[in-house]
Every structure is written in structure tokens, then in C-alpha cells.
Design a protein around this ligand. Structure first.
Ligand SMILES: Cc1cc2nc3c(=O)[nH]c(=O)nc-3n(C[C@H](O)[C@H](O)[C@H](O)COP(=O)(O)OP(=O)(O)OC[C@H]3O[C@@H](n4cnc5c(N)ncnc54)[C@H](O)[C@@H]3O)c2cc1C
Length: 373
């Protein structure tokens, strides 16, 4: 039995850490418990891309709260966060039409249409093949290898207690049962990502929570490409809810099926972001409860070739390869449930958890519901 903090957070990924950060800001005493010995889950495996603008209309408020949280956390913990936006080159007239509709829908402050030359300069690729495109100025970049670990360190330095290497079995009525015994708190927020099925299997099954696995690589970044770069493509336009709601997206999907059958075949969201070491290139999507650990070489090569081409790189030099994993659900982008008076579950079930972490943490702590997910 332990002394009782105001809040126990289960999981030290970005959702748990954002929850701990906001609770700490509110003056609560916080204890974070994680099964791993450091931050090593989905929150370090991603692009570090906070793509607020591309999220659905109904959750733009949550995205705005998240953006403000990222800025406060970065300023406090001293990690890199660039407010440099996202670039979207349009490869065809249909993609350009989708972007025109999105710009009309959201307005020029959130979606700025740009010409090919500005895009070529932003991507450091004079030979960029594009008919035009867009810039989403509110989007942000962090380094996924740095941000969550830095936030955990900063919280620990400020008195937030971290118990690592400790598996949580259950959480109910302010009592958390773990491999190191029982902990109590006034409230518990459970943020275990796809491992939700280990703690609340019925809840996970009800929301059809599964694991999404993705092929990822870090390649050498040409000197002309800035580390803060973030690039989405046509496959992204068809994927992110905000853009995918545009009227020309069905035509875009038909065009992609004909023009890029291999990308469509591996359920790609072809995109790239930079950091100080290189360029993150990805990704494909596979869905299951227990993914195979193997990365298909043909899929990885396809993404490398197409991703490298965005920057005029013919033979990308790969620095790292990995299979990323995140929680997914075919029926919802967020599992946010008040399990009992003291226990809240918060799992983002789509590849948007970095983007929305602080917004989701805010609604989890305030016990609100968010219909727009
Ligand atoms: C390749 C890839 C690319 C992505 N790109 C983006 C992107 O560009 N933008 C974006 O917004 N999102 C992106 N995402 C998604 C994003 O990374 C996730 O949505 C987010 O990191 C989820 O955070 P989390 O805290 O829920 O999960 P995690 O970071 O996985 O953290 C969960 C933590 O819970 C712990 N845990 C689990 N079970 C237990 C237990 N029983 N007891 C104790 N601890 C437990 C784990 O050890 C882990 O530390 C991407 C993901 C991947 C994999």
C-alpha cells in the first residue's frame, strides 16, 4: 500500500504524459505507472507530426486545445517544437481540386493554396512534380524521439512520481493493481494504447480495438531539406477525416486506385517529416490483434522510393527501419470512457495521438464527452 496521490496515470506514452502534464499544471499530485522501463511505445515510433488542420471539423476545438498544450509543454520542458506547418503538393488536378475545396471550407488562415515553386523550395526539391498545393500553417512538428521522453524527465524533475517496469492488471474505484502491488489515488486515468485489451478486454472488444502496424524508415536528409519539414500527399488527403470529407475525395480515391495501386494496396499514407538526423518516411497500414513482427521488404522499398522522390532523392540511404504500432479501431478514433466514478480510460484509436494528445488529456481530466471523434 502506498501514499495516495490525487491522480494515477497508467501509461507513459504521450496521452499519459499529456494527462500528467495538465494535472501537474493544475497543482495535482501525480503518479505515472508504466510496464516499460522508459518511453518506448507508439509515442517514439511516429513522425512527430501534429496535423491539427487535417482533423475532422467536429474536433477542431480539441485540436486547438492540443496545439496550445504542445506549445506550453515544449516551452516548459525545453524540447523542440516547430510551428512550421504542413506542405501538401498536389500531384494531379484532382488532388489540387481537393485542396481548393479544403481551402474554401476552412479559410485561407488555416489552408493556404500555394504554387509549385513555393512547394519546391519548401521541400528543397527544384524538380518537384506538382501542379500546385497547399500549406497548413497551424500544424506543428516535434521530434518523436525527443518530445515524450523529455516531457517525462521534466515531470519527474518536478515531483511527478514515475514507477517503471510495472504492469498494471486492473484499475477500479481509485485502486490500481500491479505487478508491484496495489496503489491508490483519488482518480485514475488509464492510457495504455493498444494494450487496453490487457486491462479492460470487454471495453477493448466493444470498441473493436486492434493493433495497426506500419513500415517506417529514417533516411539521410539532403542538406537542402529543412529538419522541420512535414509533407502529406494524395494518400493522406484520402485518409485524414477533415480533408477526406471534401466532395472531390471519391474521385481522388478512384484516381489513386488507378495511378498508385501499390500504395493503395498496402494502405499507404505516404508522408515524410524531418528531424535533426534525417527524414522519416512512411507508412503502410496492417490491422490485426497480434501483428506479425516482419516488415515486407517490397512495401518498405515502395515507400522509400516514393517518399525519397518527394525530395528528389533517388537512392535514399536508410539510417533506421522499424515496424511502428499504434492502437486502432474501425469504429472510432477515440476510446474515452468513464469506467467508474474515479476511473477514466483514454486511448486514441487512430494514427493521430501525437496531434491530439493534449486535447484528449484535457477532455479526459474534465470528464467531458467529445462527439466529433
Ligand atoms: C509509425 C507511426 C506513425 C505515426 N504518426 C503519427 C503522426 O504523424 N501524428 C500523430 O498524431 N500520431 C501519429 N501516430 C500515432 C501516435 O504515435 C499514437 O496515437 C500515440 O503515440 C499514442 O500514444 P499512447 O500514449 O496512447 O500510446 P503509447 O505511446 O504506446 O503509450 C502507451 C504506454 O502504456 C504502457 N502500458 C501499456 N499497457 C500497460 C499496462 N498494463 N501497465 C502499465 N503500462 C502499460 C506502455 O508501456 C506504453 O508506454 C503514429 C504512430 C506510429 C506507430
Amino acid at each position: 500500500m502506498d501514499t495516495s496521490p490525487d491522480l494515477i496515470v497508467v501509461g507513459s506514452g504521450i496521452i499519459g504524459l499529456a494527462t500528467a502534464f495538465l494535472a501537474h499544471e493544475q497543482g495535482q499530485s501525480v503518479h505515472v505507472i508504466d510496464a516499460a522501463d522508459r518511453v518506448v511505445g507508439s509515442s517514439v515510433q511516429n513522425f512527430g507530426h501534429a496535423c491539427f488542420t487535417a482533423q475532422a471539423d467536429g474536433i477542431q476545438d480539441v485540436a486547438d486545445v492540443s496545439r496550445a498544450g504542445w506549445l506550453r509543454a515544449a516551452a516548459a520542458a525545453g524540447f523542440w517544437a516547430a510551428t512550421s506547418g504542413t506542405w501538401l503538393p498536389a500531384a494531379t488536378e484532382v488532388e489540387m481540386q481537393v485542396l481548393r475545396e479544403f481551402a474554401e471550407h476552412r479559410g485561407p488562415e488555416r489552408v493556404r493554396l500555394v504554387g509549385r515553386d513555393e512547394l519546391a523550395d519548401a521541400l528543397g526539391n527544384p524538380g518537384l512534380e506538382a501542379v500546385g498545393g497547399a500549406h497548413l500553417p497551424r500544424d506543428m512538428r516535434v521530434d518523436p524521439r525527443e518530445a515524450a521522453p523529455a516531457l517525462a524527465r521534466w515531470l519527474a524533475d518536478r515531483g511527478v512520481r514515475f514507477t517503471w517496469n510495472t504492469q498494471v492488471h486492473s484499475a477500479a474505484d481509485g485502486i490500481v493493481e500491479t505487478t508491484r502491488g496495489r496503489f491508490r489515488a483519488g482518480r485514475v486515468v488509464v492510457c495504455p494504447g493498444f494494450s487496453l485489451m490487457q486491462i479492460f478486454p470487454d471495453l477493448a472488444e466493444r470498441h473493436q480495438v486492434r493493433v495497426c502496424d506500419l513500415a517506417m524508415a529514417l533516411i539521410e536528409r539532403p542538406a537542402a531539406v529543412r529538419p522541420e519539414v512535414a509533407v502529406l500527399t494524395g494518400t493522406s488527403m484520402a485518409r485524414y477525416d477533415g480533408i477526406a470529407a471534401m466532395p472531390s475525395v471519391p474521385a481522388l480515391r478512384r484516381e489513386l486506385a488507378e495511378r498508385e495501386p501499390d500504395l493503395v494496396g498496402c494502405i499507404a499514407n505516404l508522408m515524410a517529416t524531418g528531424n535533426d538526423r534525417g527524414l522519416f518516411i512512411g507508412d503502410s497500414h496492417g490491422y490485426s490483434l497480434s501483428p506479425e513482427p516482419f516488415v515486407d521488404a517490397a512495401t518498405a522499398d515502395l515507400l522509400l522510393g516514393k517518399g525519397g522522390a518527394l525530395f528528389g532523392v533517388e537512392s535514399p540511404r536508410v539510417l533506421e527501419r522499424w515496424q511502428g504500432r499504434y492502437a486502432d479501431s474501425p469504429v472510432t478514433n477515440l476510446v474515452l470512457e468513464q469506467v467508474d466514478e474515479r476511473t477514466t480510460v483514454a486511448v486514441v484509436t487512430s494514427g493521430i495521438g501525437m496531434t491530439l494528445a493534449f486535447g484528449v488529456a484535457d477532455v479526459a481530466l474534465s470528464r467531458e464527452t467529445v462527439p466529433g471523434f
